[in-house]
Design a protein. Structure first.
Length: 388
């Protein structure tokens, strides 16, 4: 049993209904089959079962033969609140979906408690037996000993979950046609594909829904909903801003990242390291890659990092603000690096934020390719991204 499976078992034992978000890669499909082999399969894509749920969702939930694996739950969103109200032991049920938008919408409307449901992204490749990334002195010192990877190749290739570019195109077609067109109110596949390509060009940026909508030729509320459709498939990830910082006017819109930089490169027709370096998207793809690497260490444990970003009206930005065990760790991602005194001034902004949150300041970190991993001064580190 790997670390991901152990984490899922712990969630279930805490009376949490686990809904696994399946991306459709070779590894996550294989892992899912292994995880549910002792469960009775209930395939909710079958019309006869969908009709039964539609007629009596609570009765359907209470009649389940346990332990039950509810596959393709995206077809029956009304079953989610019924499961929570049914009184059945949630540790005897596990569900999967390829699109979580309407499932999460039911919870947002108050139909069931968020505390009793966990939407968990399946790993795209086998989880590494390493701790979730927290920039403690011990972890950062250990990073300094790791071998370096080829960053350019890693960005262009991405996770490698779907093989070559042709296989990736097949995966994207499946996401568009089955997970979005078939299951949501979006109906124009050409326009939605244009929206997807536009979103790829904006990866690593704070979302301006009006700009995004105008580029595609749709209304801003539609752009916001479509982006949530993409997030529901696990294709994109929306990083939320910090709530407030005393004396600062901060951005309220989320930042957009793709879970796989290989997909972004395919959409933007970036085929190799040379074209990546020459691309206007290089800096943001670099940032997206770093966020993915750090986030993957949490996803491998079936959890999301408790982090945010900071950007104020003066365009001052801190890429990641991580909360962990009563500490705040500010991190800046910049491939070209920054001088230590400028970093210190940037991180001072977080002191009032940490105080407001009732937290203490942890190490500040610069994630870049401008030098080796080392402590620059007390509480301030530079990390070579190639070693992450």
């Amino acid at each position: 049993m790997n670390i991901f499976e152990k984490s899922i078992k712990e969630l279930q034992l805490n009376n949490v209904l686990v809904v696994l978000k399946v991306a459709g890669g070779a590894y996550d499909s294989q892992l899912l089959q292994e995880m549910v082999k002792e469960y009775k399969l209930v395939d909710l894509s079958l019309p006869v079962l969908r009709l039964q749920v539609e007629q009596n969702p609570l009765g359907f939930a209470q009649s389940l033969e346990l332990p039950a694996y509810l596959a393709n739950m995206q077809y029956t969103p009304s079953l989610l609140p019924a499961l929570l109200a049914s009184g059945i032991p949630l540790d005897k049920v596990i569900a999967s979906c390829s699109q979580s938008y309407y499932l999460q919408e039911h919870l947002d409307k108050g139909e069931g408690s968020h505390a009793n449901v966990a939407f968990v992204d399946m790993p795209l490749k086998e989880p590494e037996e390493e701790p979730s990334f927290v920039p403690t002195v011990e972890q950062l010192a250990a990073l300094a000993q790791k071998p370096r990877t080829d960053i350019l190749q890693a960005i262009v290739k991405g996770s490698g979950a779907w093989g070559d570019r042709d296989s990736m195109a097949v995966h994207l077609r499946k996401v568009l046609q089955q997970d979005i067109m078939e299951l949501t109110t979006a109906s124009d596949d050409i326009k939605f594909y244009r929206f997807l390509c536009t979103a790829a060009s904006l990866t690593g940026t704070v979302i301006n829904y009006t700009t995004l909508a105008n580029t595609v030729g749709i209304a801003a509320p539609t752009a916001k909903q479509w982006l949530r459709f993409l997030a529901g498939t696990g294709l994109v990830y929306l990083l939320q801003p910090v709530d407030s910082v005393p004396g600062k006017r901060i951005m309220k819109a989320p930042k957009l990242y793709f879970r796989d930089t290989g997909i972004v490169c395919a959409l933007l027709q970036i085929n190799d390291g040379v074209s990546l370096v020459q691309s206007v998207y290089f800096k943001k793809l670099y940032e997206n890659y770093v966020v993915n690497k750090l986030r993957a260490s949490y996803l491998s444990r079936g959890m999301e990092p408790d982090w945010y970003f900071y950007r104020d009206s003066n365009a001052k930005e801190i890429s990641l603000v991580l909360h962990d065990k009563g500490l705040v760790y500010p991190m800046i991602i910049d491939k070209d690096g920054m001088k230590g005194n400028k970093l210190q001034k940037s991180f001072v902004i977080m002191e009032s934020y940490a105080e407001e949150q009732g937290l203490e300041m942890g190490n500040g970190v610069l994630l870049s390719s401008s030098g080796e991993t080392q402590e620059l001064c007390a509480g301030l580190w530079r990390v070579d991204v190639a070693q992450v």
